[in-house]
Design a protein. Structure first.
Length: 403
């Protein structure tokens, strides 16, 4: 461990100057943590925008102590390294990197036909730590794991991984294969854009992923993995992203150098020649099954829809143009028959239907059970039925309250 002035002078990688505060000057370092430094970044001095963020182990879905990551633009054939700042003390981290081919095994990037090449190596700490380099300018995902739990299989694993990033989409129109997006037209250290245009999209879900995979293993045993995808709110490993039905839909993903959580470095924009927004208020939601009587007063046999009227006063519309919001459909005094089963469906069609889900059913939950995906009535009685549907997230909630 070296003092700041000695380390920076010895390796001659930074020239630190102090000037009056201007909005165009790099932010002065005040925070401890791991940083990416060196000529490959193009930065004249340490900058909080190059500070690594805490990493999450994809295996456990929990923050992993000693795991860090960062998406950063690196220039080819120029040196960079990782630097740990602890007060006035800075310690250099590096590795002797070797290439490793990933071929899509265990949901990692690449395929047998087109391997995905990453660089990986075990940590070397101190002023003599080897500098790191990439051979092609571009955006890279840097992963660092200090192996504080001593659970990494270092014989076949790594503590530093440098992965090239070429974004694509998965899940559009129900196709969970990988569609590569158009790459940035030029290398830029602070901003790069990927985009793709789809002739027609359906209402559905998708995610961004690089290299065609969902995750990267830090060790061959697969005990520690890092997410290689972006979901809702552009969170690393987040939930699927909703997309509306449209024609000639352009999806533009922008990376911008920024401090903080990975999501703060990304933004997305959608344009289309025409959108077909879901006018949920005009939809019809109903119960279908054999748990209630039909109009003739006899038990239905999955051949009768019991409609839930739209409750406009209880609905909350957040965007009247795109019809975004939470829509409420409800009916009071519904008599449900013991051991009967039902689902909720839309527009008297099975194209969109909702069955038993413990997370989505509220109210007198003990009175209902899962029966092969259907909602089974355990306790007969008269119930108030409220169905909520939220767009664009396409989430739902069914409340069954016994009177």
């Amino acid at each position: 461990m070296k003092k700041t002035s000695f380390l920076l002078g010895a390796i001659a990688l930074f020239a630190v100057t102090f000037t009056s505060c201007k909005s165009t000057e790099p932010e002065v370092i005040v925070e401890d943590g791991f940083y990416v430094g060196g000529a490959a970044t193009g930065a004249d001095a340490l900058n909080v925008d190059y500070r690594l963020t805490a990493g999450t182990n994809e295996v456990t879905k929990l923050a992993r102590p000693g795991m860090y990551e960062k998406y950063v633009a690196l220039e080819a054939n120029k040196e960079f390294y990782l630097l740990l700042k602890e007060g006035t003390v800075e310690t250099r981290y590096g590795a002797t990197l070797t290439n490793k081919e990933l071929k899509g095994e265990n949901d990692q990037p690449g395929s047998a036909e087109k391997p995905f090449i990453i660089q990986k190596g075990s940590l070397v700490v101190g002023a003599s730590a080897p500098a790191l380099k990439v051979t092609k300018s571009g955006l890279y995902h840097i992963l660092l794991d200090l192996n504080l739990s001593k659970d990494l299989d270092l014989a076949g694993g790594a503590q530093i991984i440098i992965a090239p990033v070429e974004w694509g989409v998965r899940g559009v129109n129900g196709d969970w294969g990988w569609k590569k997006m158009k790459s940035p037209t030029a290398f830029n250290r602070t901003t790069m854009v990927w985009d793709t245009t789809i002739v027609a999209t359906k209402d559905g879900k998708f995610k961004f992923a690089y290299g065609g995979g969902w995750k990267i293993q830090l060790d061959d045993a697969g005990k520690v993995k890092a997410e290689t995808n972006l979901g809702t709110d552009l969170k690393s490993g987040g939930a699927d992203i909703s997309i509306d039905k449209g024609d000639n839909v352009n999806i533009k993903l922008t990376w911008k150098l920024a401090s903080g959580d990975i999501s703060k470095s990304y933004s997305v924009a959608y344009t289309a020649s025409k959108w077909y927004y879901d006018e949920v208020a005009k939809a019809k939601f109903s119960l279908i099954g054999n748990a209630f009587n039909n109009a003739g007063g006899t038990p239905a046999a999955w051949d009768y829809d019991l409609d839930l009227p739209y409750a406009v006063a209880k609905s909350t519309i957040t965007d009247a143009t795109k019809f975004y919001g939470t829509y409420v459909f409800e009916k009071t005094g519904v008599v449900l028959l013991a051991n009967g089963e039902f689902k909720i469906r839309r527009d008297n069609s099975w194209d969109i239907n909702f069955g038993y889900s413990a997370a989505n059913i509220k109210g007198s939950v003990a009175n209902f059970a899962d029966q092969g995906g259907n909602i089974k009535v355990v306790t007969a009685g008269t119930y108030d039925v409220t169905f909520k549907y939220t767009t664009p997230a396409k989430t739902w909630e069914l409340t069954l309250t016994k009177k």
